[in-house]
Design a protein around this ligand. Structure first.
Ligand SMILES: *[C@@H]1O[C@H](CO)[C@@H](O)[C@H](O)[C@H]1NC(C)=O
Ligand SMILES: *[C@@H]1O[C@H](CO)[C@@H](O)[C@H](O)[C@H]1NC(C)=O
Ligand SMILES: *[C@@H]1O[C@H](CO)[C@@H](O)[C@H](O)[C@H]1NC(C)=O
Length: 303
């Protein structure tokens, strides 16, 4: 019996290694318990909280309640953004919403230490360079003005939203499903607000680059799909009819599948995106030392 178990475990490990070595992406389900799945989401909630709070207020989570970080280091490079009053107010509200999300998840699961977050302008500049396939000059600065900030923010709640859509069907306990349904609703709302604000400006040029807001959203959506490696699960705000609602619209304020249902991303897909490396094994991007919690650490343990 034991030898059969070891044989299966051995074959599984070989397969894992081969997949990793070939670069064949894992698009299948993730094996994990409810606690690990919900703690995984804390990585994104910390990212959102720090990005929104710092950008709107000039200070982050530690100024509100230092206990949430559980001694994890403060983020690098977060700062107040140069936002118009309307957007600043919206982002402040989003920041406080993330504090509530952190509290709800920490209360339900005990939480994890805040991972090291890299929110330097350079980190965003790299992502946009990757999205376009060439170096933008001057480097893209998310903190420079409202349009840049909206484009940068568009990278973030969407990942949370699509991650939560993927999480809910996997959860065993109705207590946790209720929690994640509540988180999903607000992340979806944040994403909708950001996309609507971008849509209003769809045909404006992003200065000083000779490209529109719509082109930027297309490129970053394409980048996320490329990094996640499991098909089209993010879309720009202006799209070919084939990606529009019922194949009848080029306007695409919300990103969704053929039946206008939200897409779902698994934890490895999310890690490939937020690390910016297309590999859940290779940290980088917003998480220079990797994300926290059992699911993310599983991919980081030395082979
Ligand atoms: C969930 O799985 C982790 C291992 O990934 C384990 O340490 C933890 O005790 C499990 N939690 C529950 C509540 O079963
Ligand atoms: C990006 O734009 C191109 C050209 O219109 C289109 O073919 C593609 O489907 C768009 N991708 C996304 C993810 O919106
Ligand atoms: C839209 O077009 C796609 C092919 O691009 C097709 O698979 C899908 O069924 C169409 N949807 C509707 C509602 O007609």
């Amino acid at each position: 019996m034991a030898s059969v178990f070891f044989l299966i475990a051995f074959i599984f490990l070989i397969k894992l290694k081969l997949n990793h070595a070939n670069g064949a992406p894992n698009c299948g389900p993730t094996v994990a318990n409810d606690t690990d799945r919900i703690q995984f989401a804390l990585n994104l909630e910390f990212l959102e909280a720090e990005f929104f709070l710092n950008s709107a207020l000039g200070h982050g989570l530690d100024s509100i309640d230092p206990s949430y970080a559980q001694a994890g280091p403060p983020p690098i490079g977060a700062k107040k953004a140069n936002l118009d009053p309307l957007v600043r107010q919206i982002i402040e509200e989003f920041g406080y919403q993330e504090v509530g999300h952190l509290r709800a998840i920490i209360t339900a699961t005990g939480g994890i230490p805040r991972p090291q977050l890299d929110l330097r302008a350079e980190t965003f500049a790299n992502i946009f360079n990757q999205a376009f396939g060439f170096k933008l000059t001057p480097p893209f600065d998310p903190y420079l003005n409202t349009i840049n900030y909206l484009l940068a923010s568009n990278l973030i709640p969407y990942v949370g939203l699509v991650g939560y859509v993927g999480t809910i069907p996997e959860l065993k306990s109705s207590h946790f499903r209720r929690l994640v349904a509540g988180l999903l609703g607000v992340e979806a709302g944040q994403d909708a607000v950001l996309r609507a604000l971008l849509y209003e400006r769809a045909n404006e040029k992003v200065m000083p680059y000779d490209m529109t807001v719509a082109e930027f959203t297309n490129r970053t959506a394409e980048l996320k799909n490329r990094l996640a490696m499991c098909g089209i699960k993010d879309e720009g705000i202006i799209v070919p009819l084939s990606l529009g609602a019922e194949n009848r619209t080029n306007d695409n304020i919300l990103s969704a599948n053929t039946d206008s249902l939200s897409y779902a991303w698994t934890p490895p897909e999310i890690l490939r995106i937020v690390y910016g490396t297309a590999s859940e094994y290779k940290p980088g991007g917003f998480y220079p030392n990797g994300a926290g919690g059992n699911i993310a650490r599983r991919y980081l343990s030395p082979a």
